[in-house]
Design a binder for this molecule. Structure first.
Ligand SMILES: CC(C)(COP(=O)(O)OP(=O)(O)OC[C@H]1O[C@@H](n2cnc3c(N)ncnc32)[C@H](O)[C@@H]1OP(=O)(O)O)[C@@H](O)C(=O)NCCC(=O)NCCS
Length: 218
């Protein structure tokens, strides 16, 4: 999947989903048509097979700034992550431990608006697989969504992964993250499919995103 500035400005789902058509068409086997196919979210992985072609970081309008989070901001990060990941509980100590004190977490980027943290994303590189940069903890505060903040941060994380010597990027997500998956597709991530069950799951997600299953994005 080619990613450049022009593709970034186009609607995210159409280009991304079109590129997945050959994948789904090649599968051949019929899918089951349960209407509640995605009722139970499934953990899935996405992969950007190269770190070439990472778009330039968009310039955010003042007073928004993209920068690294400081360890002293663990409490503010916990608030942001707790609001974005409603089913999870985040506290300052856990956030500091997981994001700030784990040496495999190379950086946590934030968008700050006059001191308030409004979006975040992190880069993790595991020593056993140094060629792979993991995009972690992508979140935008509820009142700042669809402003391009997560896109800017994921681009920043991909750029840092390249600078760290990684050759590809991966991330874990869930099939009900129907805002995040188009973002990742738009930035060159592809479904990471290791077998028929995952292929079937991704086919359902793609159908849902393209509206074929009557699904709505939230
Ligand atoms: C997913 C999330 C981080 C997106 O943050 P955001 O700052 O609003 O995203 P952006 O404004 O950068 O959106 C970039 C692209 O993502 C896609 N996108 C974002 N929100 C979307 C939505 N609600 N529906 C459909 N597509 C969406 C679009 O392709 C969008 O591009 P466009 O605005 O040009 O159409 C945010 O919705 C969030 O925090 N969700 C809860 C936490 C979460 O799911 N994190 C990801 C875990 S893997």
């Amino acid at each position: 999947m080619r990613v450049d500035g022009a593709e970034l400005r186009s609607p995210p789902d159409r280009d991304s989903l079109r590129s997945l058509r050959p994948v789904t068409a090649a599968l051949g086997s019929p899918m089951s048509e349960k209407s509640d196919a995605l009722a139970v979210p499934v953990d899935v992985t996405m992969r950007r097979p190269t770190l070439f072609g990472v778009p330039a970081m968009p310039i955010l309008a003042a007073p928004l700034v993209v920068r690294r989070a400081q360890v002293e901001e663990a409490g503010a990060l916990a608030v942001l992550l707790g609001r974005a990941f409603e089913a999870e509980s985040w506290d300052a100590a856990g956030t500091e431990r997981e994001l700030c004190c784990d040496e495999t977490v190379r950086a946590t980027l934030v968008v700050a608006a006059e001191g308030r943290l409004v979006a975040t994303a992190s880069l993790q590189v595991r020593p056993d697989v140094p060629e792979c940069g993991w995009v972690r903890w992508v979140a935008t505060d509820l009142d700042r969504r669809r402003e391009g903040l997560a896109r800017a941060l994921v681009i920043g994380v991909l750029a840092m992964a390249g600078q760290a010597g990684c050759r590809e990027a991966r991330l874990h997500t869930q099939t009900d993250r129907l805002a995040a998956i188009p973002l990742y597709l738009q930035l060159g991530f592809e479904p990471f499919v290791r077998g028929d069950p995952e292929r079937e799951v991704w086919e359902r997600v793609i159908r849902l995103l393209s509206g074929e299953a009557g699904g709505r994005l939230t």
